[in-house]
Design a protein around this ligand. Structure first.
Ligand code: FAD
Length: 385
């Protein structure tokens, strides 16, 4: 059996590693010459961590992961702590800890694990064709690749999605802009072992530790879509949006490097239940594009990879049957994650300001129990409980 994997991001790389471990021949085709992930870092929650452990990256991931032992919310004006609690009960409940990691390092770990030399870069798929017993991907350089099945891990802008669904999907603007990057840890801004989030006015400023004495930071601001993006004004823009916010936020803005700060308009796609067609499977963002509000998009791609590989490995009724079983196992799970993230997004970003204000009030009486039990439920819904 030979699988053609389109896209060498988190989903494609994990799928390729998983299939390879089961002895299935794989070939990965990636559009760009060099993968430059959108976004500086990513939080891998225990459901994702378990997938990477399962794929043999347990030790490598620990080297990259930040030490996130506590979680805290802070009031935007005074910087007062609204709630602070240990992550330990979550870790004890689910059996693994979360690891925030720099994206470039995660991507390197995945490609090194699979074998970087086995990825064909600069191969952009333009269309796919299926026959009764094979599937062919055509690339923009006029070449093609044929296999027994094709895994479309070509991201949120997937061109293979339309072939699978039979219609075009629209990306939905979630109503806010996210700036993110990495900065050296400064404990006068936030503790080094804590996920700290300042909240107010439907905005947030968040810091998470990653390895190498760095914070992954992000700023979220509800804004119209399509405003000009200009690196030279990033600091001024943030100073404007966060005028009157507490001293640590001002300090963070002064310490970021505008050259390496990313600006992303956040989108998702209305969930759909069809993830496969014949010998083609959508995997990762091509099959479920979510806002990052519960940090599960990449983790879900890792879950997809494990489930798909397991279905192919354990099934003797053929590829199409295995892919349908993959769809059966994944469609509700990923729909649930997209909708959960959308709900969280709306509360966090002031879609209805009264609801957001109530959330701020609730945070003041939060012991950690409610937040961690919500996270637990999400995490335990994964395939490797
Ligand atoms: P991608 O990472 O987009 O990879 C797709 C790959 O396919 C790319 O390398 C691309 O070049 C290639 N490609 C595209 N088109 C073609 C083509 N035609 N032919 C060949 N190759 C092609 N998730 C989490 O789990 N935790 C988080 O904390 C988190 N934070 C996030 C923060 C932000 C601001 C954003 C935007 C997302 C966040 N996510 C997070 C989501 C996560 O980044 C995505 O879910 C994840 O990257 C999806 O992986 P993927 O492989 O499906 O897609």
């Amino acid at each position: 059996m030979k699988a053609i994997v389109i896209g060498g991001g988190i989903g494609g790389a994990c799928a390729a590693i998983a299939l390879k471990r089961f002895g299935i021949e794989t070939a990965v085709y990636e559009a760009v010459k060099e993968i430059k992930p959108v976004g500086a870092a990513i939080s891998i929650w225990p459901n994702g961590v378990k997938c990477l452990n399962y794929l043999g990256m347990k030790e490598a991931l620990r080297e990259l992961g930040g030490n996130m032992r506590f979680m805290a919310y802070k009031d935007y004006q005074q910087g007062q702590t609204m709630t602070r609690f240990s992550m330990e009960p979550l870790i004890q409940s689910v059996g693994e800890q979360p690891y925030p990691v720099a994206r470039a390092e995660l991507q390197s770990m995945l490609l090194d694990t699979y074998g970087r030399d086995k990825v064909q870069f600069g191969k952009r798929v333009t269309h796919v064709e299926e026959s009764d017993d094979s599937v062919t991907a055509w690339f923009d350089d006029g070449t093609s690749a044929t296999g027994d099945l094709l895994i479309a891990a070509d991201g949120t802008h997937s061109i293979i999605r339309q072939h699978v669904l039979g219609y075009a999907t629209e990306r939905r603007y979630a109503g806010y802009v996210n700036w993110n990057g990495l900065v050296e840890i400064d404990e006068s801004i936030a503790p080094a072992d804590q996920w700290t989030t300042f909240v107010g006015e439907g905005k947030r400023v968040s810091l998470m530790p990653v390895s190498g004495n760095r914070f992954y930071f992000f700023f979220d601001v509800p804004l119209p879509k399509g405003l000009p993006q200009d690196r030279t004004t990033v600091r001024d823009d943030l100073q404007g949006y966060f005028a009157g916010w507490a001293e640590p936020v001002q300090k963070l803005i002064s310490q970021i490097n505008p050259e390496t700060t990313n600006r992303v308009e956040i989108h998702d796609i209305e969930p759909f239940m069809q993830l496969v067609k014949g010998r083609i499977a959508l995997l990762g963002d091509s099959g479920h594009s979510t806002t990052p509000d519960i940090g599960q998009g990449g983790c879900a791609a890792m879950e997809d990879a494990i489930v798909l590989a397991n279905m192919l490995q354990t099934n003797s009724l053929g590829i199409e049957d295995a892919l349908l079983r993959y769809q059966e196992k994944r469609a509700c799970r990923v729909k649930d994650l997209v909708l959960k993230a959308r709900k969280r997004c709306d509360v966090t970003h002031g879609k209805e300001m009264a609801v957001t204000e109530q959330w701020y009030e609730d945070l003041k009486s939060e012991t950690g129990e409610r937040i961690l039990s919500g996270m637990c439920e999400t995490i335990l819904g994964g395939p490797l409980e």
